[in-house]
Design a protein around this ligand. Sequence first.
Ligand SMILES: Nc1nc2c(ncn2[C@@H]2O[C@H](COP(=O)(O)OP(=O)(O)OP(=O)(O)O)[C@@H](O)[C@H]2O)c(=O)[nH]1
Length: 298
Amino acid sequence: MGHHLFRAGFATFVGRPNVGKSTLTNALVGEKVAITSSKPQTTRRAIRGVVHHADGQLILVDTPGVHRPRTLLGQRLNDVVQSTLGDVDVIGFCLPADEKLGPGDRFINEQLDQHPKAKKVAIVTKIDAAPRPLVAERLLQISELREWETIIPVSAQSRIQLDLLTSELIKLLPESERLYPADSVTDEGLDHRIAELVREAALEGVQDELPHSLAVTIDDLVERDDKELVEVYANLWVERDSQKGIIIGKGGERLQEIGARARAEIEPLVGKQVFLSIRVKVAKEWQRDPKQLGRLGF
Ligand SMILES: Nc1nc2c(ncn2[C@@H]2O[C@H](COP(=O)(O)OP(=O)(O)OP(=O)(O)O)[C@@H](O)[C@H]2O)c(=O)[nH]1
């Protein structure tokens, strides 16, 4: 083979909550957490990860779940989604193999019409969780939604067709030199990564109602000169006093568990020992209040 085209560009995954976007992103990027200080001038978007491939560089951009907004938070998230979608080379619409096409999917599909420049790929997720005939039926239904560049069935969990997905996505990117150095995986801010890890730790094992009412902010990150230690001061926001009780637990037991779990994830990330302080605070009805939302970074 002679001349070898290199491609690079941006893609984002959209889809209803829980269809497997995060799992797929992590599976493609290959590392859950990796930090690099390099920041190309090409983008201000939230980079979730960079997939390096012989033929190109696929930069995955984060989008919060597109859904029908019920609260102000939902509305804000949708605005973020819209501005991200206007900006990427490829949109991967994730639809789970093990669930029927629903009004939520059709709503998102209609939203995609507003972004004619982006190439659209249907990604059928979780094919390990559905019998073959059902996957086939789903593929047919999805093919009727619109003219896709391609439709690719995958399983992030069982690592089925992930390489194919990567190379198909790269084929749709513009010809370009590398946009990121070859060793970078993600450049998301350290504060943000840490906040996410605290949030994940807090969500482990809690019941349905709570997750949407949780937000984490980082007040301060202090790198100590006198020892190999980073001090992290985090706030964990809930909406109601009752939720505060649930998070803290009897005698503070749950909060301690959350801290220990989060610390175990943060330490490899910063490469040092971590002192983690988590304060649980109540921001009443924060999902509906613009001032609070601003403060929590939405
Ligand atoms: N069987 C199976 N389950 C999967 C697969 N990928 C993800 N899941 C599960 O589906 C659930 C949702 O996955 P996420 O990756 O969090 O979904 P998401 O679309 O990022 O969800 P939001 O963050 O709410 O938008 C989790 O319980 C995953 O373990 C897969 O390939 N196969």
